[in-house]
Design a protein around this ligand. Sequence first.
Ligand code: 5AD
Ligand code: FES
Length: 346
Amino acid sequence: MEVTGIIEKIEKQQTASKEELAFLLENISDTELEVLRKKAQQTAIKAFGKSIYIRGLIELSSYCKNDCYYCGIRRSNKNAVRYRLSEEQILDCCKTGYALGFRTFVLQGGEDPYYTDERMCKIVREIKKNYPDCAVTLSLGERGKESFKKLFEAGADRYLLRHETANPEHYKKLHPPEMSYENRIKSLYELKKIGFQTGAGFMVGSPFQTYEDLANDLLFIGELKPQMCGIGPFVPHHDTQFADKPQGSLRLTLTLLSLIRLMNPKILLPATTALGTIAGGGRELGILHGANVVMPNLSPSEHRADYSLYDNKICTGDEAAECIRCLSRRMKSIGYNIVTDRGDYK
Ligand code: 5AD
Ligand code: FES
């Protein structure tokens, strides 16, 4: 096997075998990565030009009933500071965001039972009523098919639920026994079937992950065909059992971004905050490797530090307006422009 041949195959067929993908991930040289990067960037430019879609991220709750081993807001972390936003606070974030040019609001939170279907549907309806030209994305975990349906009927357009890993054995090493790989995957298929533009995704360099696992993740994306895919490096959180595990590498994350772009030319692919956290200019590099979305934080500044999934998260001290100015400048510096657009999947 040789890496160049595999890259050409992916370019032609949008896929490769598990063995080929794992081999590429393990062996790609800097020169070959530059070839892959250019192809991925050209693919993104063909689909989106030099426009970057923005999503206003509203972190509505740091309460979570789950206990994922990697996450700083897991329920057993007694040191986590818990908060939840009221409907009024959420609508305030949207108001600020709309004025700044956001046309997508992402409501993300831990799995917090306080946000019942009734409360959540009301929030979604209010946002859609006030901002009919905006998309609402939810990222609220595994709520079950009936809940997903109600939220869709209330007007939510998109749903993000990272699959985290497409290997059930690996999934078990990252999650407590009461969490189920099967339910996670089933949820993703349900979301798609209901009509959501659906996002899957995974962490790069999560503990116990192998190149073969990552190859599986790429093939899973090819199978599910989600409209969005969120990936970022694993970053340890000091209050978790993975505190001493190494963080995911920048180079491997960038390689995966390029592969995802080449295998899924039209997918909405964010350069994530975690990527910006592990390296200065990380999100810019993400864009240059084929990403086309950034998700600035719109959460109220006083709560930002408390939505702490991993250590050293960037943007926790900034106002929404500062974040968007900063990102706008960063995107311009590499020849791209942030656009005021819902940025739907085409
Ligand atoms: N490092 C990187 N990403 C993390 N996430 C949770 N904890 C961490 C961590 N320690 C990601 C998960 C989750 C998303 C909301 O954040 O992939 O789906
Ligand atoms: Fe938040 Fe730069 S994007 S401060």
